[in-house]
Ligand binder design. Sequence first.
Ligand code: NOJ
Ligand code: CA
Length: 555
Amino acid sequence: MRITDTSDLWWKTAVIYCLDVETFMDWNNDGIGDFEGLAHRMDYLHELGITCLWLMPFYPSPNKDDGYDISDFFGIDERLGDFGDFVEMIRMAKDRGIRVIIDLVVNHTSDRHPWFIEARKDKTNPYRDYYVWRDHPPRKKEQPVFPDQETGVWMHDPQTDQYYLHHFYRFQPDLNVTNPKVRDEIAKIMGFWLQLGVSGFRVDAVPFLMDESGVQAPEAGLKHPLDFLKSLKAFLGRRSGEAMMIGEANLPRGAQVDYFGGEDGDGLSMQFDFITMQSLYLSLARNDPAPVVKALESRPAIAIESQWANFVRNHDELTLDKLTDEERQEVFAAFGPEPRMQVYDRGIIRRLPPMLDGDPRRVKMVYSLMFSLPGTPVLFYGEELGMGENLSAGSRLAVRTPMQWTDGPHGGFTQFERPVRKVVTGGYSPEHVNASSQRHDAESLLAFMRTLVARYRASAEMGWGEFTVLKQDQPSVLAHSLVGAEGHMIALHNFSGEPATVTFPVEDAGPDHQVVDLLVDGVVLRVEDGTVTLPMDGYGYRWFRVIGPDDKRLG
Ligand code: NOJ
Ligand code: CA
């Protein structure tokens, strides 16, 4: 037995599933999803095989930014349930081996938060310095995150004739993290939820939270903004042996290294790989894996405890901000050609299947690829069913429609006639896409996702192994291997609709090695002269485990 158990770093091989309690399952039939509904669907999540649930904000909120505008960090939105329901949900998740992480949104509060109500009263109020105030907006103009609604990041407050900082909407004043009192409040918030049983945090808007631009209080100055991140991580470590932080930090590669805490890995435990995600769509638009390969190869080396989170879609717009203008236009033309499908001049508000014209081969190829990439996969609820979007919901709400459980009214999400959000209509409506029918269909996307989750969980090399792009001569095919103490995997993905015959190398394989198919049961390939030749379907996807004569692993 080894004393150091790599599963201590559970996030390295987790399968994360993001949902909003409000739109997942309504149990008391008031039209709004609730914790009780989520608890009753825990077995569904367990059957899917996920190991970590990420809950979007469920705190009291005026709900002007879907709960990302919080008015009480220590509470629960009463429409969703109470603390009893919350703790019961955590217990049910843990019983099934599922950890729960929650959104930590402390870059800003709602303007209805008691701190801000106090702060804006007068300049000497004890809460004044919880926020960032200026007599005049700085000359250097910063772009707001939501340029469709805001023109700047400073808002005039007539009560005291000063301006406050808000990187997001004007009703989300930025907290002043250079104020030690604010930092103590943030630690207290984290400590509170850890005590209730959560296993970590998805940290919202990290670059703004760290005040990288130094706008908050340059004179007070944090020694280095990232020291704040490290102090949060250290606090987490003192309070819990297992807790992690996954950061929303859509940054260039160099900055990502810093946010991980460099070689020491004492910053964020995980970061979403926004660059690979964006490049994936360029690859799909071109039927060419080259952009995604370039993105993966540009990943910097990270510490053993750090990890990349791979994702295809999330609850926000599909941002394309890291592509060049021409590349972005290519992706827009392929997947979001109409203006109503685009937002902020940088993103698309659609889900994947409609973008791929519902082609099941292509949809499966994309998820197969996502699960096979080095890192930890993150799903957004409904992706496992192939849900579509509701463009008329407006902007980012398009992908935040109720979960589709059955083919009944409102997709079985609620029995109330007016659900909190409208369910998707048309070709992706619950009549065509729902959990209950897919559960019993071995050919469904849900069944396929379960297989991917199970194979990923049984293949720790995906989380731990070394990634190599294998040389072969089909330009439309991405062949890659993941090799580590845990095993040796090879995955192939065809980005084109045309079939292709691929000859790929199998590193260090002699004649007594076997190459066993992990997605199509029982197929064993022969290695000849260190290579395998394989015909692939258009948009085909294959996963193999390389098994040596002394290997005790199952194929
Ligand atoms: C990022 C979240 O993902 C987004 O949904 C939210 O609007 C902003 N942060 C502001 O909190
Ligand atoms: Ca309800």
